[in-house]
Design a protein around this ligand. Structure first.
Ligand code: PLZ
Length: 440
């Protein structure tokens, strides 16, 4: 049992972490960044214990993965049990029930009650990439439409779908063709602030520059993740989805970061009544084990020829067991409800803080996916150095926060959904103090 409290025994990072980090630098390429170079020894709930015995409050969940906590007993128990029976067969070689159980759960939980199928993979990027393959196979069309500030992964196709050049694309080209970018409806930063204006631009670009009849898929994050936790103006995505339906385009919701209770609903699409043709999930799906999925309309999913989908580790049995544990916790403990409660506790507090701190340009998000955007006071000019300094303050005081956004000026909060309120309040106190100190 790890007490759910913040405990600092050494400076962060401590001596043991520093030693291990030096070793890492000799063994691991510098291409892997690191938010906070502490080495984790154990973790439970929303607390990470490092090798120096410090207890940090985790407001990142390993980038929205450990929604059920760092070592949910149901996940751990099922992983142990499955690993003791067998660890792998390859689902394309011989079958096992866990794969089908996870598929059935996602077919039941994703929006819409039409007939569905689910294909399992290992990573979010792989899910997005397969959603595009499936949409192309179903439509016989080449083009993919994505949005400003989008993040869809680091593989060859998905890095082309990701908006940000540095660090994701620099020196890695040539980029995959037939990926077309359109603006989103960004209520804070624009340039299309409203659903109407952004949709008009979207429809115009698709019609006049790409050709609606050439588009296989439009892929959208219902709340932008790495791009800055932008919640598109209400009504924008439903209009995009409607346009897709009118033109035979597959509407894909990338719910890799937003899915599975994070935003206060099982899927963020539900906030606007969206019923995507395909939904990509990963991250929170298996409570920390690598598992991803594409779930969607049976007729679209079954367009692909036998043998066309797969992967050696796709839907690994240990990861499937973990997912069944995580999904049980998510449903039985109403983690969507807990995410909504986190929003009700945190958002008013951040808004009150913003009222007195001109360096805060915007406070936004849904559920337990919340963000503070820093600007040069009185403008919308991004202030990434302020976000970095606030993050440094939090880290030094044992609160792990992550930075995101196209301009690197957004602090995002992604706590495990099981976090105790007292611990959350304590961590917010540190954030509050950091913002006041840095922004003053
Ligand atoms: N789609 C919406 O958020 C992963 C990226 C971390 P993978 N986001 C974290 C990093 O810097 O690599 C993500 C996402 C959305 C797809 C992905 C990709 O998921 O499991 O990292 O491949």
């Amino acid at each position: 049992m790890i007490s759910q409290e913040r405990v600092l025994r050494t400076p962060i990072p401590g001596p043991r972490s520093r030693e291990l980090h030096a070793r890492r630098e000799a063994e691991v390429p510098r291409g892997f960044g690191v938010t906070l170079p502490i080495f984790v020894d154990r973790a439970e709930g929303a607390v990470l214990v490092d090798v120096d015995g410090n207890q940090l409050v985790d407001l990142g969940s390993g980038i929205a993965v450990t929604s059920v906590g760092a070592s949910d007993p149901r996940v751990v128990e099922r992983v142990r049990e499955q690993a003791g029976r067998f660890t792998h067969t390859c689902f394309m070689v011989t079958e096992y029930a866990g794969f089908v159980d996870v598929a059935a759960a996602l077919n039941r939980l994703t929006p819409g009650d039409h007939p569905k199928r689910t294909a399992l993979f290992s990573t979010g990027a792989e899910a997005v990439e397969n959603a595009v393959k499936i949409a192309r196979s179903h439509t016989g069309r080449p083009a993919v439409v994505v949005f400003d500030h989008a993040y869809h992964g680091r593989t060859s196709l998905t890095m082309a779908m990701t908006a940000k050049h540095l660090p994701y694309k620099e020196s890695f080209g040539p980029l995959s063709p037939e990926v077309h970018r359109v603006p989103t409806a960004d209520p804070f930063r624009g340039p299309f602030f409203t659903a109407e204006a952004a949709f008009a631009r979207f429809a115009d670009v698709v019609r006049t520059q790409i050709g609606a009849g050439r588009v296989a898929a439009v892929v959208a994050e219902p709340v932008l993740g790495e791009g800055g936790f932008v919640v598109p103006a209400e009504g924008f995505l439903p209009r995009v989805a409607e346009f897709c339906a009118e033109h035979g385009i597959v509407f894909v919701a990338d719910e890799v970061q937003t899915g599975l209770a994070r935003t206060g609903r099982m899927f963020a699409s539900e906030h606007e009544g969206l019923v995507p043709d395909l939904v990509c999930t990963a991250k929170a799906l298996a409570g920390g084990l690598p598992l991803a999925a594409v779930t969607g309309r049976a007729e679209i999913m079954d367009a692909v020829h036998p043998g066309g989908l797969g992967g050696t580790y796709a839907g690994n049995p240990v990861a499937c067991a973990a997912a069944l544990g995580a999904l049980q916790t998510i449903e039985e403990q109403d983690l969507a409800g807990r995410a909504a409660r986190i929003e009700r506790r945190v958002l008013p507090r951040l808004r009150a803080l913003a009222a007195g701190v001109p360096a805060i340009g915007d406070v936004r998000g849904r559920g337990a996916m919340l963000a503070v955007e820093f600007v040069v006071p009185g403008t919308t000019e991004p202030a990434p150095e302020v976000a970095a300094a606030v993050a440094r303050h939090c880290h030094a005081h044992g609160v792990l926060v992550l930075v995101c956004g196209t301009y690197g000026n957004v602090i995002r909060l992604l706590p495990p959904l099981v976090i105790d309120v007292d611990l959350l309040d304590d961590a917010l106190g540190v954030l509050d103090e950091g913002i006041r100190k840095v922004a003053a």
